[in-house]
Design a protein around this ligand. Structure first.
Ligand code: GAL
Length: 685
């Protein structure tokens, strides 16, 4: 039996909830799934009570029967640890397992993910249930892998229970050793926040101004991430004792306040993502003017690729979004399930599991539709799925091919989390990252995210001709050294305003700005300011192009003999002062742009840095189409994805094999609304 993500197969699956249906329906469902090409089901992530209905009472028959039936029908199963929803008997007996609000009110049973990661009682009960489910089910021949919990930090990514308080203190003690060092690291002398003992420290609480010590907050987010990682490690350590050789461990996501890279490295065989592109069309949040919101998943998939180069989709949207209380979006239109499936595959996913098989007629998610509606009758979504399966049969050779990016956007968790709590940082970070995504999409330039952590080496950076690291306020010596070596060896890097302003604690540095980036950028930031509301028309003139300089402006000076002023501010109180400096460093170049990036600015940088559309010579696409290339054994698989409902025209400059139709195409091609093409070509990128 071949394995998931073995580089040889693209496989489809679905999420199934045997506990929602009468047993009589199971076999009929499994047969119908098989008929549609589904080979794998994920089960049990919310089913604790089906295995331990009362404390210490275990009933295995329910899933035994299901697994036996799955095996009989040739269906493989991903079994989940059911820890995302602790049972009522547990939360009633031990309310300490519950999460709490910032004001300390307990978050009660009745929804999901109401637990905290640090309660010793919860950890004990979780360890116990994981031992039991793994011990009992891992050897079953139908089981091929395990999902830990469900969507860590979904719905809630802040934790304020008493167990969290205690664990936070332990985390800090381990990090700082003494309370004096903690005081130093958080600058508690400011506003008389000085502690005399770790027991006086709390997770963030309600304060008079709403503001909490920013250095405490940064450590608090690191602490949450650490808590999730330890909770996952506790489960994966147990699973490893029981799983069959070759079976995998994964979890699904992806949500905030988690170093998902570290979590994956330490605990998982690979990561899986839950892809719901139709959030773009939620009826209350829909903003037609927000460009490319319809393909935001491509951005998330880029991030997933950086977490786990080999990855799958555990939940791929098939129906309308809708909890009875929130998140309403229309049903996917004809072709969209195919488009979103291909979007995931284009970015590298070789396992696609559709959420969910049947729509549940009761509970909070009764409007969150799956493939089948309540009646289970054949519908157009099932027919589309069957067509998808046929298409996938024609493109199995794509499995294992690697996404091709020559540009990378650099990120790191310290800056992501600092931008969340620091308004100046957040204001510049979000729009610049949005602009990078949109500009690179419109120019059909594939990019990766590279997260700078201790595991990244120079070889990984050397793959990219250009790095964008838009606003790393926090820099470290080690990360700078890596970037300096990358540039010295011939790379190009682009920074934006406020680079190098802070250290790891989140303190502003007292050296000349941009602090640790001074040497690489050859730039001296003499002064800086938020853009004043009456200076909205200030811009930057670079080789005749007027670039916008929104939100924030650094006033620059060249500080190295190899540094050249490329552009200056026009208007405003920095009029005539340098706004862009390029420093030659070794064989490469570092650019410091004094403001934030909008889409046109990014596009102008791409042009100036000679980043061209990689397949310009092969095909022409409108901006509304995404281009993605995966490569294997000298062959490029070129995905063209049309997100709009209108048909578009693309031009192929030479004949190419199209895998989905099996035909050779050339010249002007009409791509239907939500249409997809997968071309094959000897690689010459
Ligand atoms: C995911 C979750 C599923 C289901 C789905 C629809 O976030 O993992 O359990 O809730 O969304 O809401």
């Amino acid at each position: 039996m071949e394995r998931l993500l073995d580089g040889k197969n693209i496989t489809i699956g679905t999420c199934y909830y045997p506990e929602h249906w009468g047993r009589k329906m199971w076999e009929e469902d499994l047969l119908c799934m098989k008929d549609a090409g589904i080979e794998v089901v994920r089960v049990a992530e919310f089913a604790w009570s089906k295995i331990e209905p009362r404390e210490g009472e275990y009933t295995y028959e329910f899933f035994d029967d299901f697994l036996d039936l799955a095996e009989k029908n040739g269906m493989r199963v991903i079994f989940s640890t059911p820890t995302a929803t602790p049972p009522a008997w547990l939360t009633e007996a031990y309310p300490e397992v519950l999460n709490a609000t910032r004001d300390g009110d307990l978050i009660r049973h009745g929804s999901r993910r109401h637990y905290n990661y640090n309660s010793p009682v919860y950890r004990e009960y979780c360890a116990n249930i994981v031992e039991h489910v793994a011990g009992h089910y891992a050897g079953h021949p139908a089981v091929i892998g395990w999902q830990i919990d469900n969507e860590f930090n979904c719905e809630n990514w802040a934790f304020y229970s008493e167990s969290d308080n205690k664990a936070f203190r332990r985390f800090l003690k381990e990090k700082y050793g003494t309370v004096e060092c903690l005081n130093e690291a958080w600058g508690t002398v400011f506003w008389n926040q000085t502690y005399t003992a770790f027991s006086e420290v709390h997770v963030p609480r309600r304060t008079n101004t709403g503001a909490v010590n920013p250095h405490l907050e940064l450590d608090y987010i690191r602490f949450i991430s650490d808590s999730v990682r330890k909770f996952a490690a506790m489960q994966s350590d147990i699973l490893r004792k029981y799983i069959k050789p070759g079976d995998f461990i994964t979890t699904n996501g992806m949500f905030g306040h988690i170093d998902n890279h570290g979590l994956t490295r330490d605990n998982l065989t690979f990561y899986t993502y839950d892809s719901y592109p139709n959030f773009a069309y939620c009826v209350d949040g829909f903003r037609p003017e927000e460009p490319f919101k319809d393909r935001w998943s491509s951005r998330a998939l880029t991030e997933v690729r950086s977490i786990s180069p080999k990855f799958g989709i555990m939940e791929q949207q098939t129906g309308a979004n809708g909890w009875n209380v929130s998140m309403e979006a229309p049903t996917p239109r004809i072709g969209q399930i195919t488009l979103w499936t291909m979007q995931s595959i284009a970015h590298g996913a070789d396992y696609i599991s559709y959420f969910r098989w049947r729509t549940c007629p009761f509970g909070t998610e009764m409007y969150w539709h799956g493939i089948l509606d309540y009646s289970g009758r054949e519908n157009r979504r099932l027919l589309e799925l069957k067509e998808i399966h046929k298409k996938l049969c024609r493109m199995q050779e794509v499995a294992g091919a690697v996404y091709q990016a020559r540009v990378a956007v650099v990120r790191d968790y310290d800056n992501i989390w600092d931008a969340e709590i620091d308004h100046w940082h957040g204001r510049i970070q979000r729009p610049s990252e949005d602009a990078l995504f949109v500009a690179l999409q419109q120019k059909h330039i594939m990019y990766d995210y590279v997260y700078l952590d201790d595991s990244v080496n120079e070889g990984q950076l050397a793959r990219y001709s250009v790095l964008f690291y838009p606003h790393p306020e926090i820099l470290t010596e080690k990360r700078m050294k890596l970037l300096e070596n990358y540039v010295a060896a011939g790379g190009k890097i682009v920074f934006g305003c406020r680079t190098g302003q802070k250290d790891l604690r989140g303190f502003c540095v007292m050296e000349k700005l941009p602090g640790l980036a001074f040497r690489l950028t050859g730039t001296d930031v003499l002064e800086y300011s938020l853009a004043a509301p009456d200076e909205a028309d200030v811009h930057v003139l670079w080789d005749g192009a007027e670039l916008s300089a929104p939100i924030f402006r650094d006033m620059l000076a060249a500080a190295d003999e190899d540094a050249t002023v490329l552009a200056r501010y026009v208007g405003g109180c920095y009029a005539g002062e340098p706004a862009l400096i390029c420093n030659s460093f070794g064989k490469g170049k570092a650019y410091y742009y004094g403001s934030t990036f909008d889409v046109d600015t990014v596009k102008f940088f791409l042009e100036k840095l000679s980043v061209i559309e990689p397949l310009e010579a092969v095909l022409n696409l409108p901006e509304g189409c995404e281009l993605a290339v995966r490569r294997k054994d000298g062959v490029d698989y070129i995905f063209v994805l049309n997100y709009s409902k209108e048909e578009v025209k693309i031009t192929l400059k030479s004949p190419l094999d199209e895998l989905l139709s099996g035909e050779v195409e050339e010249g002007e091609i009409v791509l239907s609304g939500y249409g997809v093409k997968v071309y094959k070509r000897g690689s010459q990128l």
